[in-house]
Design a protein. Structure first.
Length: 550
């Protein structure tokens, strides 16, 4: 079978030599926050790789820390994976499903002399671990008898000790050059209510212990994870060997990081709690739910992940590259509509008062099957303020006094007068139209160089528009030593304006994305109501990534 990356090469090797009969993978999120776009890459990688080899993928929640895990996060993760287009079928599991078996595994290690209960404080344990250049020293409790360790561990299970009083550790090697092999922690005491098991447990397995053993319990063939777990692999394999259980193979790949944002859950939680954003699904956030609310198509994210490929070193991805794929997908699928975001009045002085007519326009010129719709045209319109200047040079192709433009799908007009308020601000443009210049049946012979969009004053509907910029002013806000990443928050990352939209845009369903001509792509926000449509700008029309490649 042809392979596209080193992970697939490992899989082919394992299948050919009989190490595994079937590819079985898993996506194992911790339900302690919402998923971000880095998780989206992992989701796509796991599910598509398993499918390519005729295998299957589990969704498993590694829920071993009741202090930070919530059912809200579980539900959000499910929704994100489904929205991306993947199905785990009936294979939804939890590390908490295996608490009894994990506890039995821990007792097995004790009985084999491979684990012991330590009474020291976390601070003292950390001190005794040494440094990367200095070996650690053994705990004074390392040589406790098997009987004493079993007794203490069972009493930990029964809740006889307070949090932090004792901890179960693996007995590996305090002189190992890999710090993680220096008698890692296996179980700690936490008198906390778990989102699934309630108060049934007061001791919980550490991630490094629960993760690998859960893989083994589920017969996961290839445990694919990000590079920060590379040094954990010897621990993972040590537990498998000592317990004599199914030998899953761990393979690490590089995580994705994006410019002008942060991807760490702790930092995202901080922004949510501090009110820097409106929530996990704020369209400025690098979360999957934020991308969905902003209007990113799931297909665009999948294609982006496929094109970026799997790497062995962490890499920083220009956010405009993702926007490039979003724009490509929306260009083919989104309806074209008209909205005026910064309006001034346009009066067609030679158009009869009280008269209107319908003008046909294409829903999407890129898609012939998208059909057409009718716009109302009349004497009084709105156009963008920056689409008119009293005077401009020859390179200005929009409306100016004595100049002509075509109103999109409508008529050619020529501006005659600018009406100003007491402060000298232009509040109205008066123009004449050429009746024989109607788009599609133009016999005027006029050839204006510019086309502008518009809405009819009598039928246009007010709407709220959210315009987004980068969340941070710095490409790598969390990379500056001695500085809080929040110092680089962009105070202008969101601007809310009131606009006029054509009637068809006012009845679009929540979540639909349209192109407002010459202004960008916009998604209908889920907080929209029957009385007020809210739009979030998905991406601009300008392709910043293409510009950078030139």
């Amino acid at each position: 079978m042809d392979t596209n990356n080193f992970i697939e090469e490992f899989i082919v090797e394992d299948l050919n030599n009989g190490r595994f009969e079937q590819v079985h993978m898993r996506f194992p999120p911790e339900p302690n926050g919402y998923l971000h776009l880095g998780h989206a890459f992992s989701i796509c990688l796991q599910f598509t790789t398993a499918k390519k080899f005729g295998g299957k993928t589990n969704l498993r929640f590694d829920d071993t820390n009741p202090l930070v895990e919530e059912t809200e996060y579980v539900n959000a993760i499910r929704e994100d994976v489904k929205w991306l287009g993947f199905d785990w079928e009936d294979r939804e599991f939890y590390a908490s499903d295996y608490f009894d078996r994990l506890y039995a595994f821990a007792k097995q290690l004790i009985e084999q002399g491979d684990a012991y209960v330590d009474d020291q404080s976390p601070e003292l344990i950390a001190e005794q671990k040494g440094t990367p250049t200095k070996p650690g020293t053994n705990s004074p409790f390392r040589d406790r008898s098997v009987a004493e360790n079993l007794d203490l561990f069972e009493r930990m299970r029964k809740g006889e000790f307070p949090d932090g009083a004792r901890i179960l550790r693996a007995k590996i090697d305090m002189t190992s050059p890999n710090m993680l092999m220096r008698d890692p922690l296996i179980y700690r005491i936490k008198h906390a209510t778990h989102h699934r098991t309630g108060d049934a447990w007061c001791i919980y397995p550490m991630y490094d212990f629960a993760h690998g053993q859960s893989d083994s319990i589920e017969n996961i063939s290839h445990s694919v994870c990000t590079l920060e777990f590379e040094n954990h692999r010897p621990v993972y394999n040590w537990f498998i060997e000592k317990l004599g259980i199914f030998p899953s193979r761990q393979i690490e790949f590089a995580r994705l990081n994006f410019t002008y944002t942060v991807m760490g859950k702790r930092k995202m939680i901080q922004m949510v709690r501090e009110g820097d954003v409106t929530g996990w699904d704020d369209p400025r956030m690098p979360t999957i739910s934020g991308a969905r609310r902003r209007g990113y198509p799931a297909a665009a994210i999948r294609e982006f992940n496929d094109r970026v490929g799997v790497a062995k070193r962490d890499k920083l991805i220009d956010l405009s590259l993702l926007e490039f794929f979003v724009r490509q997908h929306l260009n083919a699928s989104a309806k074209r509509m008209m909205a005026v975001l910064d309006p001034i009045k346009l009066t067609i002085t030679n158009y009869p008062e009280g008269q209107t007519e319908l003008i046909e326009t294409a829903n999407n010129p890129e898609d012939e099957e998208a059909g057409t719709r009718n716009l109302t045209f009349g004497r009084n319109l709105f156009i963008e303020k920056d689409d008119f200047k009293e005077e401009a040079n020859r390179k200005y192709f929009r409306l100016k006094l004595g100049g002509m433009v075509r109103l999109k799908s409508g008529f050619i007009i020529e501006a005659d007068e600018a009406v100003k308020d007491a402060d000298g601000n232009i509040i109205e443009v008066k123009a004449r139209y050429f009746p024989e210049s109607k788009s599609g049946s133009d016999t005027s012979g006029l050839k204006p160089k510019g086309t502008i969009h518009w809405v009819h004053e009598g039928t246009a509907v007010p709407a709220t528009i959210n315009l987004y910029d980068r969340l941070f002013t710095d490409e790598t806000p969390d990379s500056h030593e001695g500085k809080d990443f929040r110092e680089f928050l962009n105070p202008n990352s969101m601007e809310t304006i009131e606009a006029w939209i054509e009637p068809a845009a006012a009845v679009l369903p929540k979540g639909e994305v349209v192109q407002f001509l010459r202004k960008g792509y916009f998604a209908v926000d889920p907080d929209s109501t029957s009385d007020r449509q809210i739009f979030n700008r998905t991406v601009t029309l300008k392709d910043n990534y293409a510009k950078k490649r030139q």
